[in-house]
Design a protein around this ligand. Structure first.
Ligand SMILES: Cc1cc2nc3c(=O)[nH]c(=O)nc-3n(C[C@H](O)[C@H](O)[C@H](O)COP(=O)(O)OP(=O)(O)OC[C@H]3O[C@@H](n4cnc5c(N)ncnc54)[C@H](O)[C@@H]3O)c2cc1C
Length: 408
């Protein structure tokens, strides 16, 4: 049996240091500019592609780290650099995971390379699930996919919203309703290949934070995709729908709510992003508190400041431990009997919001200006309690898992 350790092995330390170097030397210096421009930082993504950070291979390597720490370590370092730019770099991964989780080997081999492009011609991908009336309530999704048997094509109609890279992606992965009676069990995922007629970008959102990451509506009007673009294939879908119909007859309510608990394994990755942002703000605040002099001494000499820093660091470390535990559980196949994945995302995202706000306070007037990075970090941190399930939804999942009760 493996000895218990929280120490990273030599390979992990090497990857962590390499990522940290990229975050420090390439991402950080570009952060303020792309935040102001509110545009996708294509040159930075290209740099990441050149060194191998923007590629499926890199994420696959981290994903298959047997300790489970590869992905959280990578996310923490990149998001320590800057959340908006890092999301532009890892956003394609959301769509890639959608294909890896549900696609056939042929679909994986065909579409994932087109999601990333190559270092000379980088591309991005988008995962489109949320809709104007279906955010937390995924079962209310309205985008329809109807099968045209004569042509072996699926026809997609609807409007997606909040899609990271939506409209600028080379490949879009779109979740749509194939059987409206089955709630979230009646959904299926489709590839929309590059240049498919009928897919267009709607509104591009001007956001509070992570402004270097493109977020937009995606409009689908009679979008026709070949039968081969249904992820997993038609036979698998038909079998899955038949099973869901059987279960729905027995217990309709449980089918309707199942979607909320299906992200336990991916949520720790978002927790790790939050830890990265929180750590970045804490480090700026610690440095500032040591050097800023008021009343003839560094402000850290005041317990009121020093204790805040002590709490910040304690909470960041606690958040990281929850993230690492959940990631280890996911990789080693441990059942999430207490919704440990949701716990890690809930705690880390709340810590990021709190710690970045405290960092502004410790920097005083400077913290409130764009001369220092903590106000950007605080704006960025607000996303973590919203996407991949809001804090309230995490609490709902945890409370339901612990109690076994259908808490509303
Ligand atoms: C920058 C950004 C990027 C995103 N990227 C993507 C993406 O790439 N792809 C994608 O598909 N989606 C994406 N999203 C969408 C994101 O996942 C949703 O915003 C999120 O799931 C919340 O949905 P909503 O915004 O509709 O809020 P709502 O569901 O309307 O929630 C509003 C408020 O009500 C609360 N609430 C709702 N239901 C309950 C309940 N049952 N109990 C208690 N409180 C409740 C929520 O917690 C929240 O506080 C992104 C969003 C943002 C902002």
């Amino acid at each position: 049996m493996a000895e218990f350790t929280l120490e990273l092995n030599d390979d992990q330390k090497q990857v962590r240091d390499w990522l940290h170097g990229f975050a420090k030397d390439v991402i950080r210096p570009a952060a303020a500019e792309w935040d102001e421009r509110e545009e996708t930082p294509w040159p930075v993504i290209q740099e990441a592609a050149k060194v191998g950070i923007y590629s499926l291979d890199f994420y696959a390597q981290q994903f298959f780290d047997p300790t489970g720490l590869g992905i959280p370590m990578a996310m923490e370092e990149l998001f320590w650099g800057d959340a908006g730019i890092a999301l532009s770099i890892v956003g394609t991964g959301l769509a890639a995971v959608g294909v890896l989780a549900n696609g056939t080997e042929e679909q994986i081999g065909t579409w994932i390379p087109q999601m990333y492009g190559d270092a000379d011609d980088v591309k991005v991908a988008a995962f489109c699930s949320s809709e104007p009336d279906a955010g937390s309530d995924v079962a209310s999704m309205r985008t329809r996919a109807v099968y045209d048997e004569a042509k072996d094509e699926w026809v997609l109609n609807g409007t997606k919203t909040w899609a990271t890279n939506g409209g600028i992606a080379n490949v879009h992965v779109v979740v749509a309703v194939v059987d409206p009676d089955l709630g979230s069990k009646g959904h299926a995922s489709f590839i929309v290949p590059p240049g498919t007629p009928g897919l267009s970008q709607g509104q591009k959102f001007k956001k509070h934070g992570i402004r270097a990451s493109h977020t937009a509506e995606v409009v689908l009007e009679d979008v026709r995709v070949p039968g081969s673009c249904l992820l997993g294939g038609k036979d698998k879908l038909d079998e899955r729908l038949a099973r869901a119909r059987e279960r729905a007859k027995k217990d309709g309510e449980r089918v309707k709510n199942a979607a909320m608990a299906t992200f336990e394994a991916s949520r720790p990755a978002v927790g790790a992003m939050a830890v990265g942002t929180a750590r970045a703000a804490y480090e700026v605040a610690l440095d500032y508190a040591r050097t800023r002099q008021q009343f003839g001494r560094p402000i850290i000499d005041n317990q009121g400041v020093a204790f805040q820093l002590a709490d910040m660091r304690t909470q960041i470390d606690a958040a990281r431990l929850l993230v690492w535990r959940a990631s280890w559980m996911a990789t080693t196949g441990k059942p999430f009997t207490s919704a440990e994945g949701s716990m890690s995302k809930l705690y880390a995202s709340e810590v990021a919001k709190k710690v970045t706000a405290q960092a502004i306070q410790i920097l005083g007037g400077n913290g409130y200006t764009r001369e220092y990075p903590v106000e950007r970090m605080h704006r960025d941190a607000a996303i973590y309690t919203i996407f991949e399930g809001t804090s309230e939804i995490q609490r709902l999942v945890i409370a339901r898992t612990l109690s076994g009760m259908p808490i509303r």
